[in-house]
Write a new protein. Structure first.
Length: 313
């Protein structure tokens, strides 16, 4: 199923792509995430999702997404059920549609992390409760929603900043591309030849935002004056067998001190994590003064709570 035509999970208010949200809805999520963060720091508790249950389907490993959704549900007074393919056998033991129908009778929302984006789209189409994309091979919307919250919290203007995404044109990069259709930032995508974001994402975004999305090949040129330098692993989950070969292909696309030096002096270095230190990012950058990677990880919790409240209240 083509992402561009299927992309949305509007039926039950699902969130499969940043494009499922308007600019105003994203701004409201950022405001709500900031509020939930403040309340947590002040020790205020709310039980807005008391009695509600979130089903979490994971076909790939996770630290941040799993824990932030589970802790988020607990902090909002609800509960969660962690499900792997061992229990469900999605599409094999039972059809995606039947799993969607059955889970909808038990839980108030479903988060899925899986390989094929089409599976998440099918699940959302057949479910009568909201479905949240916790990462597919194509997109990672919750990550980038949280990241733009972090960037704005750190003082960056979402309508005028310049973001460099360097490395692989992957799911995280694709969600940044989608975010560029909702805000005015310039997005420079710097990737080796053959690792560009897929045309099904890049094409429609480029049509919508024109020259605000740039494709680069030379990291030092691409990083000039950037407000944000963003990177991610060179081999995503499911591409493990390509990892060694990719180390050679991507070697010139590492985020190191030399690259950071040509960006703005107050640039933010971002990484969704997990990081392969020494590959896509050096220790000195990741642990350096410009790095906000652990703030990003923390903000996943606050943004997940905002998403859960909006979709499940
Ligand atoms: N960034 C992120 O989604 O991390 P996990 O894979 O650990 O969930
Ligand atoms: N692109 C990475 C993101 C991990 C959070 C992957 O899909 O493995």
């Amino acid at each position: 199923m083509a992402y561009a035509s299927a992309g949305t999970g509007r039926r039950a208010g699902s969130l499969l792509s940043i494009k499922d949200l308007s600019r105003v809805e994203i701004q409201e999520l950022i405001t709500l995430a900031a509020k939930k963060k403040r309340e947590l720091m002040e020790g205020k508790v709310s039980a807005d999702l008391a009695g509600k249950t979130l089903g979490l389907i994971f076909h790939k490993p996770s630290l941040r997404t799993k824990v932030s959704f589970e802790a988020g549900m607990a902090q909002l007074g609800g509960s969660s059920i962690y499900l792997t393919d061992k229990e469900i056998g999605l599409g094999r033991r039972e059809s995606v549609g039947d799993v969607a129908r059955v889970l909808s009778r038990y839980v108030d929302g479903i988060m899925i992390r899986t390989f094929s984006h089409a599976v998440a789209v099918d699940l959302a189409r057949e479910a009568s409760v909201p479905v949240i994309n916790g990462l597919t091979d194509l997109l990672h919307p919750c990550q980038v929603l949280s990241d733009i919250f972090t960037a704005s919290e750190k003082g960056k203007n979402l309508d005028s900043m310049t973001v460099l995404f360097i490395g692989d044109g992957n799911n995280v990069c694709n969600s940044w591309l989608n975010a560029a259709t909702r805000f005015g930032f310039t997005l420079r995508v710097c990737v080796p030849e053959g690792h560009e974001p897929p045309a099904e994402v890049m094409g429609p975004v480029a049509q919508e935002v024109g020259s605000r999305v740039e494709l680069h090949r030379e990291p030092l040129r691409a990083a000039q004056g950037a407000d944000v330098i963003y990177t991610d692993v060179w081999a995503s989950m499911g591409q493990e067998e390509e990892a060694e070969a990719r180390k050679k292909t991507f070697a010139a696309f590492r985020v190191d001190d030399g690259l950071v030096a040509v960006a703005k002096p107050d640039c933010l270095v971002m990484h969704c994590l997990p990081a392969h230190r020494g590959d896509e990012i050096t220790d000195s950058v990741m642990d350096g003064a410009r790095s906000v990677v652990f703030d990003q990880a923390e903000n996943r919790l606050h943004m997940q709570k905002a998403i859960l409240l909006r979709l499940m209240s």
